[in-house]
Design a protein around this ligand. Structure first.
Ligand code: IMP
Ligand code: MG
Length: 184
């Protein structure tokens, strides 16, 4: 039977490491937001796996909401320019303590445009939690308030992250074999 696992060159963050880190982040966020009106905001589709795990590791009452954004530019393996809201949040942010839950902070360009747009809606606070970060790729002046793992400058897949819309369902974070890219 064909398996996605065959396409992986090496694993960067294992399922066990992800599980332990998400538990740690959930406990930290629960302590930090005690007594606050926490709203977890996830950006589809990459952050959906992390969101599903993180929300269950948060032990205080909180709401969830989702948005879809797209970067102008198009190319699949890099992101450029401004962001466009394709699907907006359902909830009003005013007075809420909003925590953006993201898959990866790469150049930071997407969130450096999106966060000021959300800030204009007058949340009580606005912070960022990413499961992965590639500090060496940063172009915008933005850093996560909560971060799971720093990864090197390699294109990664799994735990929500895709290559050509595939591999999001891998339970770990890994790097594809070079021949997978050359197929396209
Ligand atoms: P940024 O604007 O460069 O920080 O990147 C934003 C988005 O690009 C992320 O939310 C991901 O969806 C995507 N992205 C960045 N790096 C990777 C990667 O290594 N694998 C898969 N998607 C990535
Ligand atoms: Mg994304």
């Amino acid at each position: 039977m064909q398996s996605m696992h065959q396409d992986i060159d090496h694993i960067l963050v294992s399922e066990e490491e992800l599980k332990a880190k998400v538990a740690e982040l959930g406990a930290q966020i629960s302590a930090d937001y005690e007594g606050k009106d926490l709203l977890l905001v996830s950006i589809l589709k990459g952050a959906v796996v992390f969101m599903a795990d993180l929300m269950r590791a948060v032990t205080i009452p909180c709401g969830i909401d989702f948005m879809v954004v797209s970067s102008y530019g198009g190319a699949n393996t890099s992101s450029t320019g401004l962001v466009k809201i394709i699907k907006d949040l359902d909830q009003d942010l005013s007075g809420k303590d909003v925590l953006i839950v993201e898959d990866i902070l790469d150049t930071g360009i997407t969130l450096s445009h999106l966060m000021p747009m959300l800030q204009m809606r007058k949340p009580n606070s606005l912070r960022l939690c990413t499961i992965l970060s590639k500090p060496s790729r940063r172009k915008a002046d933005i850093e996560p308030d909560y971060c799971g793992f720093e990864v090197p400058d390699e294109f990664v897949v799994g735990y929500g992250l895709d290559y050509d819309e595939k591999y999001r369902n891998l339970p770990y974070v890994g790097v594809l074999k070079p021949e997978i890219y050359s197929k396209n």
